[in-house]
Design a protein around this ligand. Structure first.
Ligand SMILES: [Zn+2]
Ligand SMILES: [Zn+2]
Length: 123
């Protein structure tokens, strides 16, 4: 294991809202990912405020096939006309939190401002 967090105690899976979780995630901001000079998706990533493991979520409205295969792993959702006000984000860390399997995260999730956030990042 190269992950330092592996040495620390792993918190049990718990979906009880962790105070400030979504706010902290929102503070990371959405990153635009380009392919051929077009935005193919927006990503948000950081260290889960509860379990301290790396987590990430991506969102898109661009149905690029090769991307969607990848997106499936990240529980991708497509929006149709306008970007949604907020997006569902969940911890998807790769560490197994009892009583869940690795890859299911620590149970934390929330809604993070999206439409306004990505407008702001367009300069
Ligand atoms: Zn975790
Ligand atoms: Zn977590």
């Amino acid at each position: 294991m190269t992950d330092n967090a592996a040495d620390e105690e792993v918190v049990p899976y718990d979906s009880t809202p962790f105070p400030g979780w979504a706010e902290k995630v929102a503070s990371w901001g959405w990153t635009k990912i380009y392919q051929d000079q077009k935005i193919v998706y927006y990503g948000i990533e950081g260290t889960c405020p509860r379990c301290r493991h790396q987590m990430s979520t991506i969102r898109t409205n661009t149905p690029i096939e090769s991307f969607l295969v990848e997106a499936e792993k990240f529980r991708e959702s497509l929006w149709t006309d306008t970007p949604p006000e907020s997006e569902y984000v969940q911890c998807n860390c790769s560490i197994a939190h009892p009583t869940h399997a690795a890859g299911e995260g620590c149970g934390q999730y929330g809604y993070v401002p999206f439409a306004k956030a990505i407008q702001k990042s367009q300069s």
